[in-house]
Each structure stands twice: as C-alpha cells, then as structure tokens.
Design a protein around this ligand. Structure first.
Ligand SMILES: Nc1ncnc2c1ncn2[C@@H]1O[C@H](COP(=O)(O)OP(=O)(O)OP(=O)(O)O)[C@@H](O)[C@H]1O
Ligand SMILES: [Mg+2]
Length: 233
C-alpha cells in the first residue's frame, strides 16, 4: 500500500493545518493556546481542536477511549475507534475550516496513533497505515510540532495539574517511552513536515520557537498564493 503524501490542494483547501503532538504532559494544550492567541492577534481565523474528539461524535468516542475503567479494550478496537473519530473530525470540521482559509490547530492527530498504537502498543505498521488511510483518504497536515519530553517529567506535570491519569497515561513507563521514540522516528522520516521541540524548556521559549515555525509556514503559503494570483493577472 502506498500513502499519498501530497499537501497540495485537497478538497479546495486554502488554510493551514498544524498539529501539536508529543508526550503526555509535554505542554501541547499550553502551546496551542499561545500559538492561537498569537495568530488571532495577527488577524488570522483560527480553529482549535483535538483528537480523539473535535466533534460531538468524536467526543463520545473520546470518552470510550480514555475511560480508565475499561482496560479490557482490544488493540484493534482501540485503533478503529481512533480512526472513526478521525474520519468524522476531518469531514465535519477540519476540511470545512481549511476550505474557508482558516488555520486549524489540532491537539494530537494521526502522528499519535502511529506513536501509541504502532510503536508503543506494537500493532503492525501496515494495519495502522490502513486505518489512517481510511480515515484521512490521503489528507496530510502542513506541519507537526512535536513536543519532546521525558515521560517521567510529563507525568509529573500531569499529576501536578491535579488530574487523574487517563487509560493511556496509566500505561507503564516503557510504553510511554516507546511512544516518545515513535514521535522521534516519524520526525526523522519526514523532517520537512515534522519539527521536534525540546519541551523541557520554559513554556515561553517553546512557544517562541513554535511561533517562528508557524510564521514561516504561513509566510511561504501566502507567498505562493500571491505568486499564483500575479500569474493569473
Ligand atoms: N514548558 C513547560 N514547562 C513547565 N511546565 C509546563 C510547560 N508547558 C506546560 N507546562 C505545565 O505542565 C502541565 C501540562 O501542560 P499541558 O496541559 O499543556 O500538557 P499537555 O501536553 O496538553 O498534557 P496532556 O497530554 O495531559 O493533554 C500544565 O500544568 C502546564 O501548565
Ligand atoms: Mg492537553
């Protein structure tokens, strides 16, 4: 099976999709809020969303997926539920926002399924790719900001936040370590689209680096659109 990796126009796409992903407690939600407020101040229309979830159907699936009382969930059930939520998310929310020229900031995406279900859980890469292809039909985000942090520190941050651990956070440390390595491997394989940020630094520093990357992406795209418009005249 071949995966389509072309980012060029997809169902009339004009906006940008940026994924923020990485270890639990690495600071994804914190970073997304900072990038969002920066982009809004620049006059961009921004949609913040998350996986699993992002739509009413997806949020119901999220409850099933993260419920700590159901450790009996089969690996394939888990994989397909993530895929089902993602398909709904793409069609109901992400593609319409991109068609309207908005910037979509998404907390976790297919990169998380590859890290957690494939690298950490050990599911077959081909199987995970099949589900992601079914859900995304060749769609790819423009940029993945990967927050890299030792899982021990990530869990300390989650605990300090005073929240109980969800089903995936409660997995053994070795599992979370394999997920971390899964993110780093994806970044090595696609360095143009994946940027790894050291999330052990103060949140301001992480945000400044992320914002520079986002501005570069948006600047390139706007330049491209400008060139196309000039050529059309
Ligand atoms: N760079 C940072 N340095 C120190 N603490 C941070 C940093 N970024 C976020 N935090 C704090 O760590 C905790 C976890 O951050 P946050 O909720 O943004 O992480 P997350 O990756 O979204 O977590 P989760 O995987 O649980 O969704 C929060 O209390 C947050 O204030
Ligand atoms: Mg979060």
């Amino acid at each position: 099976m071949t995966l389509q990796t072309d980012t060029l126009p997809f169902h009339g796409r004009r906006g940008y999709m940026i994924v923020c992903d990485g270890s639990n407690g690495a600071g994804k939600t914190t970073l997304i809020e900072r990038v969002r407020s920066h982009l809004v101040a620049l006059g961009r229309e921004v949609v913040v969303t998350r996986e699993p979830g992002g739509t009413p159907i997806g949020e119901k699936i999220r409850e099933i997926l993260l419920c700590p009382d159901t450790p009996e969930m089969c690996d394939i059930t888990e994989l397909m539920l993530f895929g089902a939520a993602r398909a709904q998310h793409l069609h109901e929310k992400i593609l319409p926002a991109l068609s309207a020229g908005k910037v979509v900031l998404c907390d976790r995406f297919d990169s998380a399924t590859i890290s957690f279900q494939q690298y950490a859980r050990g599911l077959d890469a081909e199987l995970v790719a099949r589900i992601n292809t079914l859900a995304l039909d060749g769609f790819r985000p423009d940029l993945y900001l990967i927050l890299d942090l030792d899982p021990v520190r990530g869990l300390q941050r989650v605990r300090a936040r005073g929240q109980a651990l969800d089903r995936l956070e409660a997995e053994k440390l070795a599992f979370l370590q394999r997920a971390r390595e899964g993110y780093l491997t994806q970044a090595q394989e696609d360095p143009g689209r994946f940027k790894v940020l050291d999330a052990g630094r103060p949140a301001d520093e992480v945000a400044a680096e992320a914002i520079a990357l986002v501005e570069r992406l948006l600047g390139q795209g706007d330049q491209h659109i400008g060139t196309v418009r000039q050529e059309a005249q």
